[in-house]
Write a protein of this length. Structure first.
Length: 556
RNA sequence: GCCCCCGUAGCUCAGCAGGAUAGAGCGGCAGAUUCCUAAUCUGUAGGCCACGUGUUCGAAUCGCGUCGGGGGCGCCA
């Protein structure tokens, strides 16, 4: 739909270029005006050109509109100039009806975009340390990452969803030590609990499981003797829990990349060698450094410590090189907002490995403040006092939780009040959208009962769309045809919340429509046309909800 | 001290890489159901877009500064 406007403008500019005496036209911007009364699409092109042509915007707009009118086009109701020089386009109703018909006849094609053009893109998200259960912040990352992947996938990208497992390093060792200590306590051995150890209840269950599986095998061994198997056991158990939580949340990954494996396969060393060959590593004060300042970082970063151990950053270098080696054209990392300080150094790494700047993108997930009865719930992973994603899924449900996470921009703070999400269910926006879907489904059920076989899969070729005459008919059609525009915006900006907002708007227009007009009536011609319209809305609602990872119930 | 995010209606937040008279939900007030699901709809009140200053035809949006809230700044992960 937007393309029709853009094309008309392009053609007009082609013929005006000579007259204006310029070689190229700046990018054509076309937007949906905030107020429906202004038109269906608008362009501020004349105002942009004013500067280049050194003429008043109104005059330029005039020339453009005259040229547009000369191009015989039967899709516009009107093209006129408003405000400081906007050109407003209004399609005629027949065009809208035809577009609706096209959507119904070729569902898939209109809902598929080629923005991605088959490019390979990897999205890494959640990537929680397997040192404890997922908390609500991970849940937000999971919801956003999942929705984004769905969107990119529908936009024509070849998407891989990856979870990076930090199963090497100090934190994992601490996990092992914590479990070891609890395990010893099960046998009455009073072992000193590690100072920075993990104190959550889940550590006890892991220790119990170790005992169940291995009995007292390690009861008389020091951590040095049995640390490896205990740690590995604990890590695996944590990881299995994480996988299960994510699965129950409705988030599936294609790939799980282990940090430990990067070390074991020598990939860390290899990646560093590559950097060394490029002259980007140096030694100073007994440590090894990466020249990230070459790429705009504040300071160079240590990759190997004085004591000979690699830093976490070293694994990250290897990990991101590995991503490139796997042939991804674009890379998206979704991190907690507290990691924002890492963006520049990872960007430096990728540039060092020759990935163009604009092919790497970090999406930061802001913190979630969890509330109960309006009171903040304190969270501390080390102390083991926090609400897990599991608890929220069990208490609130995955659909509501995901939807709420997706009602905000990823990088703004989010208040998540469990009681509001759960108890005031009738005021929950997710139900508002789902209810629209259920209502439509109900209409189709009734139509079937009334003997209209295949009401939901009509032969649209035979439907007379010109029966749709009311203002509300048209508003609804227009709203639903905006979907591809919104969808494309969400994909290019990597902002799933735009879909969430749109779905609420579409549901709103439908609910108002439903209240005012009947779909099933004595007028057979009108009924068929409105059933078709309903089918269109149902398709869009279902498509949108699916992108968000939220179910679309046939009845509620 | 340096860096990042945020500051829009009573509350929670949108505002799409400057554009037209600033929006939604919730809450408030007043209404709507003989009719396809009232988890719905209609109307109404409510804003110096934190503050100041610059850039320009035009700023909630961009620059600089101030104030306020949150987070980050290790040879930790």
């Amino acid at each position: 739909m937007k393309q029709h406007v853009v094309k008309s403008l392009q053609t007009a500019f082609e013929s005006l270029k000579e007259q204006w005496g310029i070689d190229s036209i700046p990018d054509i911007e076309v937007e949906i005006p905030r107020d429906e009364k202004m038109g269906d699409f608008a362009t501020p092109a004349a105002m942009k050109l004013a500067r280049i042509l050194k003429k008043p915007p109104g005059e330029i707009a005039d020339e453009i509109v005259v040229t547009l009118h000369e191009q015989s086009s039967d899709i516009f109701e009107s093209i006129d100039i408003a405000g400081p020089g906007f050109i407003n386009f209004r399609f005629n109703n027949n065009f809208f009806r035809n577009q609706l018909k096209a959507l119904l006849e070729g569902e898939k094609s209109m809902l598929q975009s080629d923005t991605g053009k088959g490019r390979k893109i990897q999205v890494e998200f959640v990537s929680a340390n397997p040192t404890g259960p997922l908390h609500i912040g991970h849940g937000r990352g999971a919801a956003v990452g999942n929705a984004l992947c769905n969107i990119l996938d529908a936009a024509g990208y070849e998407v891989e969803r990856e979870f990076y497992i930090n199963d090497a390093g100090l934190q994992i060792k601490l996990l092992g030590q914590s479990v070891y200590a609890r395990y010893q306590q099960l046998f009455g051995n009073d072992i000193e609990f590690p100072e920075d150890g993990y104190r959550g209840d889940y550590i006890d269950s892991v220790a119990e499981s170790v005992k169940e599986k291995y009995g007292d095998t390690y009861a008389h061994q020091t951590f040095d003797e049995c640390g490896d198997p205990v740690t590995e056991f604990a890590c695996n158990m944590m990881l299995e829990n994480i996988k299960k939580d994510l699965k129950d949340f409705g988030v599936i990954f294609d790939s799980w990349q282990s940090e430990k494996e990067l070390h074991e396969k020598g990939m860390v060393r290899h990646a560093l060698d590559t950097l060394r060959d490029k002259g980007l590593l140096y030694e100073e004060e007994g440590a090894h450094w990466f020249r990230s300042t070459e790429f705009g970082d504040d300071k160079d970063r240590v990759i190997k410590k004085k004591d000979g151990a690699f830093t976490y950053f070293a694994s990250d270098i290897s990990y991101h090189k590995n991503k490139l080696d796997r042939g991804f054209d674009e890379i998206i990392d979704i991190w907690g907002a507290d990691h924002h300080g890492y963006i520049q150094r990872i960007r430096s790494v990728l540039e060092a490995f020759d990935l163009p700047r604009d092919k790497f993108r970090v999406i930061l997930i802001q913190m979630v403040s969890l509330l109960r009865h309006g009171e903040p719930v304190p969270m501390s992973k080390r102390a083991g006092a926090f609400i897990t994603l599991r608890e929220v899924i069990d208490e609130v449900g995955p659909d509501i939780t995901k939807f709420i996470f997706l009602t905000r921009k990823a990088d703004s703070h989010l208040d998540f009040d469990i009681d509001v999400a759960k108890e005031q269910s009738s005021e929950n926006p997710v139900f508002y959208v789902q209810y629209a879907f259920a209502r439509i489904s109900s209409i189709f059920r009734l139509a079937e009962e009334k003997g209209m076989k295949g009401a939901e899969n009509l032969n649209y070729h035979d439907v007379d769309f010109s029966a749709l005459q009311e203002d509300e008919d048209m508003s609804l059609i227009k709203k639903l045809l905006q979907y591809p525009v919104v969808f494309e915006g969400a994909a290019t900006a990597c902002e799933p919340h735009r879909i969430t907002y749109y779905l609420q708007e579409l549901a709103g227009v439908f609910h108002a429509y439903y209240y005012k007009h009947r779909v099933l009536s004595d007028d057979g011609r009108l009924t068929l046309a409105r059933l078709s319209l309903c089918r269109g809305i149902k398709i869009i609602l279902e498509h949108g909800l699916k992108l968000l990872g939220v179910s679309a119930p046939e009845s509620m």
